[in-house]
Design a protein around this ligand. Structure first.
Ligand code: HEM
Length: 123
């Protein structure tokens, strides 16, 4: 008998679910006046989207390998504010909710994202 809680990766719908959530996330960013210019400035948003998918898959316990830069190197020099950070986290919570992810799982993702703030804000 195995009644263990499914992994975070499974609860997010594995790679397909995480890809859908990431698509919603980027769409939310592009519709968000507080952060959209950041993403419009990217030279290759579809590459960023692929890397974000990998990052979430690997971070949630999936077999995917993250091929991007670490969070500090990625965001270094962007001078990202606290308000922008909260805004991006809000976009992520909305993307999870609109893709049917339950509140307990959303809270788990929230605490993971929050733990990364020192590697993103004003680095
Ligand atoms: C915990 C929060 C965050 C996580 C987990 C995260 C994660 C990532 C990842 C995985 C990438 C792709 C890196 C690569 O291509 O090598 C990325 C890129 C990017 N992030 Fe974040 N990010 C966060 C917060 C933010 C915030 C608050 C902003 C500013 C509003 C931001 C702006 C960007 C931009 C503009 C890029 C694209 C850079 C490029 O074009 O190469 N991120 N982020």
């Amino acid at each position: 008998m195995n009644q263990a809680t499914p992994t975070l990766y499974d609860r997010l719908g594995q790679r397909d679910g995480i890809a859908r959530i990431t698509r919603s996330l980027i769409q939310n960013h592009l519709a968000n006046p507080l952060v959209k210019t950041r993403y419009l400035a990217s030279e290759n948003l579809s590459r960023v989207e692929q890397r974000v998918i990998e990052f979430f898959c690997a971070g949630a316990g999936g077999p995917e390998v993250y091929s991007g830069q670490d969070m500090l190197a990625t965001h270094r020099g962007m001078n990202i504010s606290e308000q922008e950070f909260v805004s991006v986290v809000d976009d992520a919570m909305a993307a999870l909710a609109s893709n049917g992810i339950d509140p307990a799982t959303r809270s788990e993702v929230l605490s993971i994202l929050w733990s990364l703030k020192g590697e993103v804000i004003r680095v």
